[in-house]
Design a protein around this ligand. Structure first.
Ligand SMILES: NC(=O)c1ccc[n+]([C@@H]2O[C@H](COP(=O)([O-])OP(=O)(O)OC[C@H]3O[C@@H](n4cnc5c(N)ncnc54)[C@H](O)[C@@H]3O)[C@@H](O)[C@H]2O)c1
Ligand SMILES: [Zn+2]
Ligand SMILES: [Zn+2]
Length: 361
């Protein structure tokens, strides 16, 4: 029987979000219903609320979540009731032109639930990133559930479901950071601090954190940054060069989503180095680079979607590192809040006061 539970819904552009009753259908073929235990507040949720993603209101927000599978559809074998899972937005299809070429991390046809969750009056909800986890329960595709070690704290490991994975992967997977590399991370919010942590895990010997906000630079140090650059004063490119023997960093990671910052990352990079762009731009943004600099500096400019992760491969491994004390996911949890506090958490995020507010259910 379908369940009626609480969910955080955005009904119109700029309207404060509200906790309302939503209807979660029983899982059909290929689907799972998950009892959500924790869900982080991400910028993308706010982008939905502001109409910045699409206009398919009402949205059921929340997508960085962990919980326990309650029920699965008749044909589902990958997970079962009682499994502790982290939700993902990359349930790969195995069949699209990218999957068939052995590149499932770029899957062009990822799976979401087929049925819709609704409001009480039957209005279909659009779940954020196909998840919608600011709710007591949510309906997803079974492939969106990645089973991990149940000893882990849901508030911490749920964050692997989006921003923290994007940051870790931007360094470890997209940027291919290796032992002895120098890395500069531009923007040290949740994503950038995760990029710092990923660079450290991958063996980088110099990890430079760049941000306008001294609070974020201090957090980046706690994640293992060896040097910090205050971007609010002075020449950022020159500062990164000075910290890397005058050469620039092997890997520069843009984790803000601004043209000026991408340009700094481009020029703060050593010859034949890599620029990774993980910050998400808005449609009006443009970059203008002399073509001779693009050619003459060599290397690569590489966008990173979700840190090029494969949830089934990467989430269990990262949860193991967390449980071994080698990846401090707890430090990303700035505060735990209730479902009714999401709107206030958006404001705290805008004021730069938190890495992540996490709703606990
Ligand atoms: N590529 C992906 O798959 C993916 C996934 C999740 C999030 N993101 C994106 O990553 C970006 C960062 O997300 P977040 O949650 O860390 O956001 P955030 O707002 O917490 O962090 C952004 C940081 O950038 C700093 N900053 C702003 N302007 C700057 C400048 N000019 N120079 C240096 N630092 C500056 C801010 O002080 C802040 O610390 C966003 O654009 C988000 O949409 C991308
Ligand atoms: Zn595919
Ligand atoms: Zn997110």
């Amino acid at each position: 029987m379908a369940s009626e539970v609480r969910g955080v819904v955005a009904t119109a552009v700029g309207e404060p979000v509200r906790v309302v009753t939503i209807v979660v259908p029983d899982p059909g073929p290929g689907e799972a219903v998950v009892q959500v235990q924790a869900c982080g507040v991400c910028h993308t949720d706010l982008h939905y609320r502001e109409g910045g993603i699409n206009d398919e209101f009402p949205f059921l927000l929340g997508h960085e979540a962990a919980g326990v599978v309650e029920a699965v559809g008749p044909d589902v074998t990958v997970v079962g009731p009682g499994d502790f899972v982290v939700l993902n937005w990359r349930a790969v299809c195995g069949n699209c032109r990218s999957c068939r070429r052995g590149r499932p991390q770029y899957c062009f046809a990822t799976h979401n639930a087929t049925q819709r969750m609704t409001l009480l009056d039957g209005t279909p909800l659009s779940p954020a990133l196909g998840i919608g986890a600011f709710a007591d329960k949510t309906l997803v595709a079974a492939g969106q559930c990645t089973k991990v070690d149940p000893a882990a704290r849901p508030e911490a490991v749920g964050l692997l479901g989006c921003g923290v994975m994007a940051g870790l992967g931007s360094a470890m997977l997209t940027g291919e950071v290796g032992p002895g590399d120098s890395v500069a991370v531009f923007g040290c919010g949740g994503v950038g601090c995760a990029a710092v942590a990923g660079a450290v895990l991958a063996g980088a010997s110099t990890v430079i954190a760049v941000d306008l906000d001294p609070r974020k630079l201090e957090l980046a140090r706690q994640f293992g940054a060896t040097d910090v650059v205050d971007a609010s004063s002075g020449d950022v490119v020159a500062a990164v060069q000075a910290l890397t023997g005058g050469n620039g960093a092997d890997v520069c990671i843009e984790a803000v989503g601004k043209p000026t910052v991408l340009e700094q990352a481009f020029y703060a990079r050593d010859l034949a180095g890599t620029v990774v762009q993980v910050g998400v731009p808005t449609p009006d943004m443009r970059i203008d680079l002399p073509m001779i600099d693009f050619f003459g500096r060599g290397g690569r400019l590489q966008p990173s979607w979700y840190g090029d992760c494969l949830p089934s491969r990467d989430f269990p491994m990262l949860v193991d590192l967390y449980l071994q004390g080698r990846l401090d996911l707890d430090r990303f949890v700035s505060e735990t809040i209730g479902l009714e506090d999401v709107e206030e958490a958006f404001h705290r995020m805008e004021r730069g006061e938190v890495l992540r507010s996490v709703v606990v259910l």
